[in-house]
Design a protein around this ligand. Structure first.
Ligand SMILES: Nc1ncnc2c1ncn2[C@@H]1O[C@H](COP(=O)(O)OP(=O)(O)OP(=O)(O)O)[C@@H](O)[C@H]1O
Length: 295
């Protein structure tokens, strides 16, 4: 079942098109990571989904229905900029959120706060950036939502807190939850997301599993020969995007299967071959630069 489904979703702010024709589907039990450079439309997408802003065009269904007050209670949201009341303690703030949601039980909130090592008795005005972020996460999960929408959840968290949060998120998913989050922390997305979408200038340019994105990405193979071999030997081989020779080394950038390339290299006195596996950062930079070249 699709927990999130958008059709041709678009948002304009005056002359700025923040989002165009987004068809996004997030299935039950999935962790979906939304990536994109600054200003790509990630926050706009998340805010449209939770209905704090309205689309210029297109439609959204959550759990197969349009947004309603009843549905809102099934969703947890971490905004990019959390607004807190400085004189309230963390516990006061959570009680306040609980009253708004008609969910007085702070059991889940207390458990997550403990796991993240967050002191709920301190006034929110005294909290560090990372601890404010922890409180934001705690309020997003406090009412045991069926779906969480998280804007930059890792922002400001130290590595220990990040690790604990990721473990909690996995348990939440195993318990039947679904998550959509935006992030700039590519290692986080790589480890946590089942699927990834990259937004560029308001358009979803690619969407796939991390494994499949990596398999199809540009990788670099460097061959070392016992003698000089012309780079031209390798141009024109299926999948080879570029070949550069430097002394006895030839560096090839290749997509897809490398069999033909390796067979060709093996016809020469080959001493060594190394392969640089692309990570999500390489993929992200590739799409961002490619799009930049078009503009
Ligand atoms: N309230 C607003 N009024 C006018 N323009 C806006 C408004 N909110 C966002 N925009 C514009 O919409 C575009 C998308 O912004 P958005 O905040 O969704 O990007 P983002 O991907 O979340 O960026 P970041 O990674 O910097 O948080 C940008 O060009 C931004 O300037």
């Amino acid at each position: 079942m699709n927990v999130i489904s958008t059709r041709q979703l678009a948002k304009r702010y005056g002359k700025t098109t923040a989002l165009r024709d987004l068809n996004l589907e997030v299935r039950q039990g999935e962790v979906y990571g939304l990536l994109g450079p600054n200003g790509a439309g990630k926050t706009t997408t998340l805010r449209l989904l939770i209905d704090v802003i309205r689309p210029t065009r297109g439609s959204i269904t959550l759990f197969g229905e349009p947004m309603s007050p009843r549905l809102r209670g099934r969703i947890g949201y971490l905004p990019g900029e959390l607004v807190l009341y400085d004189r309230l303690t963390g516990a006061d703030y959570l009680r306040f959120c609980g009253a708004l949601r008609d969910h007085a039980d702070l059991g889940e909130a207390t458990t997550l706060a403990k796991r993240l090592d967050l002191d709920l008795d301190r006034r929110t005005g005294e909290l560090s950036k990372g601890n404010r972020q922890k409180l934001g996460l705690v309020q997003a999960f406090a009412h045991r939502p069926d779906l969480v929408i998280l804007d930059e959840p890792a922002s400001g968290l130290d590595p220990l807190a990040q690790r604990e949060f990721h473990a909690y998120l996995r348990e939440y998913i195993d318990g039947g939850g679904t998550a959509l989050f935006s992030s700039h922390v590519l290692s986080e997305v790589e480890h946590v997301a089942d699927r990834v979408g990259i937004l560029l200038a308001g358009s979803l340019v690619v969407e796939d599993t991390v494994a499949s994105l990596k398999a199809n990405a540009l990788r670099e193979l460097t061959f070392t020969f016992a003698e000089e071999v012309a780079a031209a030997t390798f141009s024109g081989i299926p999948g080879v995007q570029s070949a550069q020779a430097n002394g006895q080394e030839v560096r090839c950038r290749v997509t897809g299967a490398v069999g033909e390339l390796v067979r060709t290299a093996a016809r020469f006195p080959l001493v060594n071959v190394t392969s640089h596996e692309p990570d999500l950062e390489d993929i992200f930079v590739h799409y961002t630069e490619e799009r930049g070249d078009d503009d």
